[in-house]
Structure formats: C-alpha cells, structure tokens
Design a protein around this ligand. Structure first.
Ligand code: ADE
Length: 425
C-alpha cells in the first residue's frame, strides 16, 4: 500500500526567524500607507469573503503587506515564491507564525521545490491568482485545465508575465481575464524605474562592496528598468553604456546622454554588466571571450536566462564562491568573470528588492486589481486588461497625500478649454 503524502500546512526555513521577520514587516509598513488604507477598507468591506487566492510573489516584507491586506479582506490566501532566490526567510516565518498565512518558500530552494510549490498553489484551487512572471497561470493552463472553472481571473505583476499572457492570448490559451498590473502608471513609472534602479545597484554593492564611481557599467535593455538602472548608475559616478535592440529606446538612451553600442563592442569596455531585457542569451560566450579580466556580470530581469551561464561554465576551469552571492569563474583563457546571484534577479537575491515606498503603489494596484476581478466576476471577456484609470489615479492621489504634497486642480474655465476644439490661434 502506498501512503498518501501529507501536505504540509506551510514550508519555510525556520519558524524561529519569525520575530525578526515581524519587526522587518512592521518597518516596511511605515513606507506603505496606500496599501494600509486599502487593507483597512478591505477589513470593513470583506471583498474576498469566500475567495481563494494563490499569490506567487517574491516573499519580501512588502509582499507580506499585500498578503495581510488580502487576508484582512476575507481571502483564504496562500503565498509561494516567484523566484528560488528571492525569499526572505524571516518574513516567510512571520507570515506563518504571526499572521496565519500559509507560505511555501525557502531562499535557495532548488528548481524542483520551486515547481512543487507552484503545484501547491494550484492545489489550493484558487479563484484568483496573483502572479509575478506567469508561472502559476501557465502551469494551470498547461496541466490543470479541469480547474479553470474555479478561476475568476489573474493579476500579473511584471513585464515578463505580461509578455507570456499576451502570447497565451494570441494562441487562444487565455480563457479568463488577466489584469495587467505592470502597465499601471503608478506601477512601472516607479517600481520598474526607481525601484529596479536603486535595488539593482544595492544588490551589486552588497554582493561586491565595490566602488561604482569611475567604473563602466553596461546596461542591456532601456525599458523602464534599464532607464532606472542607467540613471542611478550615472548618479553614482559610473560611465554608462546602454545596449538595445529597439531603435526608439536606443535614441532615448542617446538623448538621455548615454553611450549606445552593440554588446559585441560593449563587452570589451565594461567593468560591470547588468541585463534587464526580459530576453534570453543577452550575454553569450563570445561576449565572455572579449570581456576584461575580473568583469562582473549580473541580471535584474525576471528570469535567469539573460546571461548564458552554460557558455560561461564551458569556458571555466574552476568556479569559486568569493563572497555571498558572488562567484568567480576562472576561465581556461586565464581571465576571470564574476557572476552575482547565480544570474538570477540580483536586486532580490543579493539585496531586498525594491524599497517599500514603490511596492506600496505596485501592491495597491495588485489589491485593487484582484478586487476588480471579484466585483466583475462573470462580466469580463477573456483578455489582458489594464488597471482602470480611476484606480491608477486614486493610488497616485493617496500616495501624494501620504507624502505630504498637494497639487493644483483645473478651474472651470480650464476644464472647458481642454474639452473644446473651437478656439485655436
Ligand atoms: N519585486 C521587486 N522588488 C520586490 C519587493 N520588494 N517585494 C516584492 N516583489 C518585488
């Protein structure tokens, strides 16, 4: 007889870490006033009563506040990690021990464990999936079609996940509504730009403790994340080179004052390389061959596909951990290449991800997106939906208010003017 496996109620590194996690969650809360207001409203209105939510996010102090808000709103919510290296183990412990939220996430979990946790998220039979990278949704569609009737819809956090959802829509595989959180202005203008910008440099600095001033930093990709990374690297005194495949983004980079060139050329010049393209094989074997001795490479895009580590391994005679999250590949050619965070998101692997103040708005969008799906259950056609403009604007208003800024309002004359076309020169 085979025994039925017992499903654990949670899977975290060590519940004894909970007190530290609670303290850090509370600290992050000081910078998350918008989500706190939504949480308090959810507590009164109970929009998620009877709703099962599976959230697949980076398990951080900020995500803790999202999970707490969902639970306050009546949700039966569970949380898994959206990346094997991004979990903050103390936060995972505190969510279980102090907030009663089942979490399945351990920093450094292997790929099999990661995928087992995705299955656990689906075993929960979610009505709403909050995804960061689309792994839970893609697994549901590929492996558990029979559960699709349970699903009201999904909200997606990141550019990579949106690209996958759009591909599913094109293939006729998206049979439910998906809310595109990433495209909300209060998300990508701040999270992708200032969040990735600051936290990527934070990850590089924590991993290496090197001086950025005077270094040449190559940023691959000039989307919002690349813009933020380039801007902040320049602010630290680095010379920034941008590589791009999109001519418009490349002109933007040029006019923002950066050097633009192909990776073949940039590879020879860079001291530090950061990939933020969302595509695979951005730094490849031929690039490693022409890099300077001691060049540092890292990635801040969602998946660990941007740097071809297999090609690097093939050229290496030895791989040595030289600091936490810092590995030196000694190449047969005699040179070394340094890889940070195993080519996974360096800002979450070696640092703590985006600061709370920007995640406040990102997760306000997630919370309101999930609420919108529940309120409109059965009314939305399959497709990828933007966050309603009113919700985006409301989040901006609340954030501005919490930051202590006030702005002007149009007077009646101005409203009439901007809504008319008859008066010109
Ligand atoms: N993605 C990037 N930074 C994050 C953070 N601090 N929490 C959750 N998801 C993130």
């Amino acid at each position: 007889m085979t025994a039925t496996p017992v499903r654990l109620k949670y899977e975290v590194k060590d519940l004894a870490l909970a007190p530290m996690g609670k303290q850090r969650i509370e600290w992050a809360g000081r910078e998350m006033p918008v989500l706190a207001q939504i949480r308090d409203r959810f507590a009164k209105e109970q929009p998620f009563a009877g709703i099962k939510i599976s959230a697949c996010c980076h398990v951080t102090t900020e995500t803790a506040h999202l999970a707490i808000a969902l639970k306050a709103g009546g949700a039966d919510a569970i949380l898994i990690a959206s990346n094997p290296l991004s979990t903050q183990d103390d936060v995972a412990a505190s969510l279980v021990a102090d907030y009663g939220i089942p979490v399945y996430a351990v920093k450094g979990e292997d790929n099999d464990t990661y995928h087992r946790h995705v299955q656990i998220a689906l075993d929960h039979r979610p009505n709403i999936i909050i995804d960061d990278g689309c792994d839970v949704v893609a697994t549901l569609v590929q492996q558990r079609k029979h559960q699709l009737p349970d699903l009201i819809g999904t909200t997606e956090e990141t550019t990579t996940g949106i690209v996958r959802l759009r591909a599913m829509l094109r293939d006729g595989a998206l049979t439910f509504p998906a809310i595109n959180v990433n495209d909300a202005e209060t998300k990508h203008f701040f999270d992708n730009r200032y969040g990735t910008g600051q936290s990527t440099l934070d990850g590089i600095i924590r991993a290496t403790n090197i001086l950025l001033a005077g270094k040449t930093i190559v940023v691959a990709g000039y989307g919002w994340c690349g813009k933020g990374t380039s801007m902040r690297a320049r602010g630290m005194g680095a010379n920034v080179i941008v590589t791009e495949i999109n001519p418009v983004a490349a002109i933007e980079a040029v006019m923002d004052g950066f050097q633009v060139m192909p990776m073949d050329e940039a590879a020879k010049r860079g001291d530090i390389f950061v990939t933020v393209t969302g595509n695979k094989g951005v730094i490849r074997g031929e690039h490693f061959d022409s890099m300077k001795d001691g060049a540092i490479v890292c990635n801040s895009g969602h998946f660990d596909i941007e740097i071809d580590l297999e090609a690097l391994k093939g050229r290496a005679s030895e791989v040595k951990t030289v600091r936490t999250f810092t590995e030196e590949y000694k190449l047969k050619s005699g040179k070394s290449v340094i890889v940070l965070g195993e080519g996974r998101l360096v800002n979450l692997a070696a640092a703590e991800g985006h600061p709370s103040a920007v995640m406040d708005m990102s997760f306000a969008n997630q919370a309101m997106g999930a609420e919108y799906l529940v309120k409109n259950k059965g009314k939305l056609e399959p497709g990828v939906y933007s966050i309603p403009v009113e919700a985006d604007q409301e989040i901006a208003r609340l954030k501005l208010q919490a930051m202590g800024f006030t702005i002007d309002a149009l007077n009646a004359d101005q409203i009439q003017y901007v809504n008319s076309w008859t008066s010109g020169t």
